[in-house]
Design a protein around this ligand. Sequence first.
Ligand code: INI
Length: 152
Amino acid sequence: MRTHRGSLDGAGLRVAIVAARFNEVVVERLVSGALDCLRRHGVADDDIELAWVPGSFEIPVVARRLAESGRVDVIVALGAVVRGQTAHFDYVAGQAAGVGRVAEATGVPVAFGVLTTETFKQAVDRAGGKLGNKGWEAALTAIETARLIAGV
Ligand code: INI
C-alpha cells in the first residue's frame, strides 16, 4: 500500500492570497492569520502574493487568473460573507465557493477561507476571536494540499 500525505513544510512554496475587502475589519484579521501561518511554516515573503478584490463574489475570477499565471503553487481565498447584511447572501457565498471549480479546472489547489456566517460577531469570533482564525487554518490546508499534490 502506498499512502500519500502532504507535509507542512512551506519552504519554496509560492502562495497567492486572494482577499475580499468587504467586511475588511474581519478579513484583515484572516489575512494576518494566514500570513503568520505561512511564515511559521517556512514560506518566504518573496514567494507570497496578496490580491485584494472588492468582495467575495470577485474572488474566483481573480483566483483563476492567478492559478493560470503559472506563478503560484497554491491559493488561499479569504473573505467574510454575513447573512444579516444582504439578501444576496446565497448568491455571494455560492459564487465565492466557486473557487473549488477553479482548483479542479486548473489543478492549482485553492483553500477556502471565506467565512459564511449569520452575524458579524460570528465572523469576528472566527477571525482571531474565541473560535480561532480560519485564515490561519486555510493557509495550513493550502500548504498541506500543495505538498500532497506535488507528491501523488
Ligand atoms: N461581499 C462580501 O465579501 N461579504 C458580504 O457580506 C457581502 N454582502 O453582504 O453583500 C458582499 N457583497 C459584495 C459582493 O461580494 C460583490 O463585491 C458585489 O456584489 C459586486 O459584485
